[in-house]
Design a protein around this ligand. Structure first.
Ligand code: HEC
Ligand code: HEC
Length: 380
């Protein structure tokens, strides 16, 4: 018996973490969508870098209700959940917004101190996503499907009658706990292991100097001392073209049709009493995403509207956006633009960043080195 004890010690988890167990279960719980058919994992699939698999070639996943779509591509949620509360810093006389969850920062985290916990409740109640009708339904469904795991955290919470707010807080906090855990933010890529080939190492060097990528996708430690998150949680307008496949152009809720533009951070700031005056200067800016888990060998899309389908295309855009001619068709796809040697007009022309990108003077071989490096950032 004694001989077995050390084995048991290593086979069991080091300590019980009921919040993590609950968050994991909720993440995969399809009963939390109106039809019972969609969970967080449907659009943030662990096997696909925590983003959605392309559905019939489209980067915009359908919500639980047939025919309902959002206006953006789901980002990889891993590491993004480590964002600090939305705040500002002043650098050289310019006020920069940092942090918050979603690519426009609208889950600021200011109320409860945790953007990820605030964010996590949004998809459950969003009619284009899991589409539960109201918080009371969400609390009741969570109590029905996860009674024992909720009781392990707080035995007095379910049934939820009269305690909906407390149950919702727990749902948000436990999902955030899971998203920030080593199961999701694993820091287990070949880059972390220092296991790079010569070509990949050359790509890392370009990433840090000539190609200027690390100016925004920073390699220094994260807000809580984490290893490189590949984002400083700032916002920028790269001049990404419009995606003609965005279902929002034909959504009845969109009054502007094909003239609609996704203004990103500006919309969040315009609705904020503290930052409203900064909205105009931030039109078309989106949060710098992590670059971890970009490559899983499956078809993927990149940027807030999924216009890019290849990492080669992304890197070629950073390198030549301001060098190649404008495409005749503003609505050209990535494949068409690459074939014609042009780039379509940006979705939002104001405030496109011309300081750090657009004409990097990289050779074809250097572009390939950067792509090879990006592919080393996938967790094993
Ligand atoms: C129907 C697809 C869909 C489902 C289901 C879904 N999401 Fe998302 N998720 C998205 C899209 C699209 C975005 C980008 C929205 C935006 O930025 O405005 C997003 C963004 C996020 C982000 C922001 C990441 C960042 O970088 O700021 C997090 C975190 C997240 N989702 C977590 C969840 C959780 C937790 C659930 C389940 C409770 C969930 N999602 C369910 C589509 C989905
Ligand atoms: C000025 C800041 C900045 C610099 C410099 C920068 N990026 Fe980005 N990057 C961003 C922002 C902001 C986004 C998201 C834009 C959007 O969604 O419209 C982004 C998105 C990406 C994406 C898509 C990620 C996803 O999940 O969709 C990739 C890949 C990428 N960057 C790679 C690079 C590489 C490689 C370099 C260097 C050649 C670089 N970036 C330089 C700010 C920057």
């Amino acid at each position: 018996m004694r001989a077995l004890l050390p084995f048991l010690f290593f086979a069991l988890p080091a300590y019980a973490d009921p919040m993590l167990d609950l968050g994991r279960a909720l993440f995969f719980d399809a009963s939390l969508s109106v039809t019972g058919a969609q969970s967080c994992a449907s659009c943030h699939d662990p096997a696909n870098g925590f983003t959605a698999p392309l559905e019939a070639g489209s980067p915009f996943p359908q919500g639980a209700v047939a025919g309902r779509f959002g206006a953006r591509k789901p980002p990889s949620l891993a590491y993004g959940a480590l964002a600090p509360v939305l705040h500002h810093v002043t650098e050289e006389g310019e006020t920069l917004i940092l942090g918050g969850a979603f690519s426009d920062g609208r889950a600021t985290g200011r109320a409860g101190g945790d953007p990820a916990a605030e964010q996590a409740l949004a998809p459950l109640l969003n009619p284009d996503e899991m589409a539960l009708p109201d918080p009371a339904t969400l609390a009741a469904r969570a109590c029905a499907s996860q009674a024992s795991l909720i009781a392990a955290v707080d035995p007095a919470l379910c049934p939820a009658t009269g305690q909906e707010a407390e149950v919702l807080t727990l749902i948000g906090q436990s999902l955030a706990r899971f998203e920030g855990s080593a199961e999701v933010a694993a820091f287990a890529s070949r880059f972390d292991a220092g296991d790079l080939t010569g070509q990949e190492r050359a790509g890392l060097k370009l990433f840090e100097d000539k190609a200027k990528c690390s100016a925004c996708h920073v390699l220094s430690r994260g807000p809580k001392g984490e290893r490189a998150l590949f984002t400083d949680f700032s916002y920028d307008n790269l001049g990404v073209p419009k995606n003609r496949d965005n279902p929002y152009y034909s959504n009845p809720a969109n009054g502007s049709g094909r003239d609609w533009r996704d203004t990103g951070l500006a919309e969040t700031l315009a609705a904020d009493p503290v930052y409203a005056a900064l909205a105009d200067g931030n039109t078309g800016r989106f949060k710098v995403p992590t670059l971890r888990n970009l490559w899983t060998g499956q078809p993927r899309a990149y940027m807030h509207n999924g216009w890019f389908r290849t990492l080669e295309g992304v890197v070629h855009f950073y390198n030549t956006r301001d060098v190649l001619p404008a495409c005749a068709d503003d609505w050209a796809s990535e494949a068409e633009a690459l074939a014609q040697g042009c780039w379509p007009a940006p979705e939002v022309a104001e405030g496109v960043n011309k300081d750090e990108l657009g004409n990097l003077k990289l050779s074809q071989a250097e572009e390939a080195e950067l792509v090879a490096f990006l592919k080393t950032l996938t967790d094993r």
